[in-house]
Design a protein around this ligand. Structure first.
Ligand code: APR
Ligand code: PHB
Length: 394
């Protein structure tokens, strides 16, 4: 069994969007990193995820030199539709928040980041096993892992835990130090991808007596639809015909009549969870993205909140190496959590507004309708929703 040792400034665990964006941004400042990824690149790129990018993330992808395809192929959305039953209204992001979002698949963001890393000669190790973070609470951390039978070591200054909800980084922080907050929602989202034109040029967040539905898209001939489903459902329980019939019953009738259906090319169920761990730093270990927090997909805040974590950590590490100051890394956790909790609140609020809960009373239903009516008719309510959806400032 061979042994190998590498050295870097920042060891990054996880080759998803968080890890790759951090690695690429650090590279623009001459800061070296090594990314350790448990899976293969193809596996990572097969993940289907939300595709709504806030301006903050777009700006960071521009700074990372990875935004060309995004600007060429992404779709700028100046608003979204919200419907309940046959009522439908628009939230005008430009008028209410002075900003827009870009619809561009998260898989494409990850693909662009891999391409940039490879073009820059970035070090990414795939198929790693048994990653262990050592001495994170000291001043000289190191990582060990196995790769193809070899035991490997990376000596580094800092470790960025970008390894998602099921990663090893969060677990490295002792339970005595960690505080975790969680809410499990009593339903899931059944999603399909179909090579059909989107039912509307903007997203439709729909609710009805039968539950939530979302009409989204990847491009003019690739649509993404979701319906709220039971946690006991599995994708095999739903034929394409049953999915389309249920979706049509949850969106306004004129949208249902114009919906173009087709065979699903992907069908999966995602559970919904709100989760935050505090703090997001322990010594020389910093948690970013899903490693530290999870949101229900309703507000499309998963990647966009990972992006602000990456921004704060990138700024802090740059200040450390450039100005020999620890101010940025010392305030990282508080700053990141400040924005994380606002994204958690918005995602929880939007989920609570649009989904049917098993134990809901008639009064609860009336409260949802009253809130939707308030959102439909009140400018201040629309400003608050729009500001959160397009992204609160970093
Ligand atoms: N060692 C190395 N890599 C690991 C380990 C480990 N022990 N555990 C997990 N990973 C890898 C996973 O294979 C995955 O590729 O870390 C990566 C984490 O990526 P994501 O789960 O995508 O998390 P993140 O990069 O923070 O992106 C957050 O992606 O998951 C969505 O909804 C989420 O939109 C959000 C965004
Ligand atoms: C998606 O296109 O997959 C999507 C869009 C918006 C969301 C969630 C998912 O809120």
């Amino acid at each position: 069994m061979g042994k190998s040792t590498m050295k870097t400034q920042v060891a990054i665990i996880g080759g998803g969007p968080s890890g790759l964006l951090l690695a690429q941004l650090l590279h623009t400042k001459g800061i070296d990193s090594i990314v350790l990824e448990r899976k293969t690149k193809d596996y990572v790129l097969r993940r289907i995820r939300a595709g709504v990018l806030e301006q903050g993330l777009v700006k960071m992808l521009e700074e990372a030199g990875c935004a060309d395809r995004l600007h060429a192929e992404g779709f700028v959305h100046d608003g979204t539709q919200v419907s309940y039953g046959d009522e439908i209204f628009r939230i005008d992001f430009k008028a209410r928040a002075g900003a827009s979002v870009v619809v561009y698949g998260q898989t494409e963001v990850t693909r662009d980041l891999y391409a940039a890393r490879e073009a820059a000669g970035g070090r990414i190790v795939f198929d790693v096993e048994d990653v262990v973070i050592h001495d994170a609470d000291g001043t000289v951390p190191h990582i060990t892992y196995r790769k193809g039978g070899d035991v490997c070591r990376i000596d580094c200054d800092f470790v960025a835990g970008c390894d998602g909800f099921h990663g090893v980084s969060r677990q490295t922080i002792p339970l005595a130090v960690r505080r975790e907050y969680e809410k499990i929602y009593p339903f899931g989202w059944l999603g399909i991808l179909s090579e059909t034109p989107p039912v509307h040029h903007e997203l439709i967040y729909a609710t009805s007596k039968r539950g939530f539905a979302l009409c989204s898209m990847r491009n003019d001939h690739l649509s993404r639809y979701y319906i709220q489903c039971s946690l006991s459902d599995s994708p095999g329980d739903w034929t394409d015909a049953a999915f389309w019939e249920e979706l049509k019953r949850r969106i306004p009738v004129d949208m249902a009549d114009s919906l173009v259906t087709g065979p699903s090319i992907e069908k999966s169920i995602a559970p919904l969870r709100s989760f935050v761990t505090e703090p997001m730093r322990w010594g020389r270990l910093f948690l970013c993205g899903d490693a530290a927090h999870i949101v229900p997909p309703t507000g499309a805040k998963g990647l966009n909140t990972a992006a602000s974590d990456v921004y704060y950590l990138y700024q802090g590490l740059t200040a450390f190496y450039r100005d020999n100051t620890t101010d940025g890394i010392d305030t990282y956790s508080a700053k990141a959590l400040g924005r994380v909790w606002k994204a958690e609140r918005f995602s929880w609020w939007f989920s609570s507004l649009l989904h049917r809960y098993p134990d809901q009373s008639e009064f609860d239903l009336k409260m949802q309708i009253a809130e939707l009516e308030f959102l439909r008719t009140n400018e201040a309510a629309q400003v608050a929703m729009a500001q959160n959806y397009v992204g609160l400032p970093y």
